[in-house]
Ligand binder design. Sequence first.
Ligand SMILES: *Cc1c(COP(=O)(O)O)cnc(C)c1O
Length: 587
Amino acid sequence: MARKHERVEAKAYFPGPKSENEAWVRAEFQAILDDWFDWRRQYRSDDPAAIEPAERMTPAFLRERERMSQQLGTLKTLMRRETPTYSPRYVGHMVSELTLPALFGHLTALLHNPNNTSKEVSRVGTVIEAEAIAMLAEMIGFDPRRARGHFTSGGTVANFEGVWRARYRLDHWLALALWIAEETGETLDVFASAHMGWARYKRLLETFAPAPEDLRRCSAVAGNPADVIRRLSTACGHDYAGPVVLVPGNKHFSWRKAANVFGLGEEAFWEIALDADGRFDLDDLERLVDRAAARHRPILAVVSVAGTTETGEIDPVDRVADRLQTWRETRGWQLWHHVDAAYGGFLCTIAGATGETGLAPAAVRALRAIGRADSVTIDPHKLGFVPYACGAFLARDRDHYTVSVFAAPYLERERIADDPWTVTLEGSRSAAGAAAVWLTGRTMGFGPDGFGALLGGMVDAARRFQREALATVADLHVLGPVDANIVCFSAARRGEALSRANRRTRELHAALGGAGEFAVTTTTLAAPIHAQQIARHVAHWGGAADDTQLVLIRCVFMNPYWASEAVRKTLLPDFANLLTRCLNAID
Ligand SMILES: *Cc1c(COP(=O)(O)O)cnc(C)c1O
């Protein structure tokens, strides 16, 4: 059903900054409401009405109506003070216009209000969800027939879902290994056991056949964690200090939350160094893995980021996957690889194109490798242009999706239960996000000619902004490389020290905010994790790196209307003029 090989006319897919598509969008909204009212009328049409015409005319009734009208009026007035994120003048955070299929899909599901916690309260919503998940799975390169997943409230929870499953797996492998070590008296190799793989687990389980309740006592999740840690220490002959999570320094702060929530401790959160491009440094991964092995600390997961929150960098997911594959083949270690593609996942729609994509070859290789991961986070409410709250968690197959089904004993690897609530961190979940993604997939399609064409326009807009606006203004320096559609820059005069440039950039940001013509954000990269990137950036204007921070102005180009030539012709010179004026004013 997905659309293929026909370039979308993106202008049909948005309301328009001046409500250009109002007439027919209004008609579709009306049709959604008509259908909803009709649905209610048709169900058991012989049942009595509960609200008689005469009752709708009583003073009390009319008073309540009036009250609702008035207060709704107040709410609408308040909402008009919200930031107009649909405008191309908004290049602030990772939010922009909504697509019409997303809006139609969301609204339709909202009116029916299914709860995807269970098939009993979501007969249709859960089916739509499974189909929408398959579309996203195909988009990122998973086999859609084997992949599993669900929608979450956002990327934070989707990342938690990844940790939850990685921990489930590690706990199983380690619990069995502990039981065997205690039983046989052999020394436990914690590191190797924690990454043994399901095939070996299955063989050992068949060979030793421990009683389920004995295995439970060896699990740090199903049993007592303090007791298990003590026994692991005894069995391996060192103090067992628990697992570590390897996450690059460009990570989203949800990973820190995960360390906290899962009780791992922040110490267990080992930061992978970044190279001068601000991306995952593979040599450091090697060092950290060696260190973890030497210290008998299992690796719960290795995380890479496709599209960082601050600057949109894309980690070399392909090279991370290669390295993990090598370790799997040569050392027998199965390390869980989670790709946090909350922001950049939808860029896979561009990377799927043949020939010129507008993205750097390294970014294309990285995006094409996301399908080699064990699990992936993706946020339709970012580059999917779907209303909040809509994130998604995807696992490559059933094995990677399995967690403790609550109806079954923890250590029994049940087939995935039918009802979603048993395998999702969240309970009640809306079907609106799934419906929005589903309708987007069925109309625009998540291929290079559909959604890819739309996002390609945004990458192009970011490039034009650099060339036609920033480059025409003196003393602005773009942080490179720009992997996607986020442009960060600082204001610095030739030879000026970083601390002075940071002050100038902050002042420029304040002046831009004061002018109120374009909405931008600011971000700060800090040493030591960003030290190489900062040093290279400061070299652009020959300044001294006398500060541990780099202050940047950040512009996220995800507004679809930048693809319009009329918009660009007016707004790019406007933006350049504004920057010049502000820079002159702050001196
Ligand atoms: C936005 C983001 C998240 C968190 O997503 P929420 O939807 O805000 O919870 C996680 N990781 C990355 C890389 C992100 O950009």
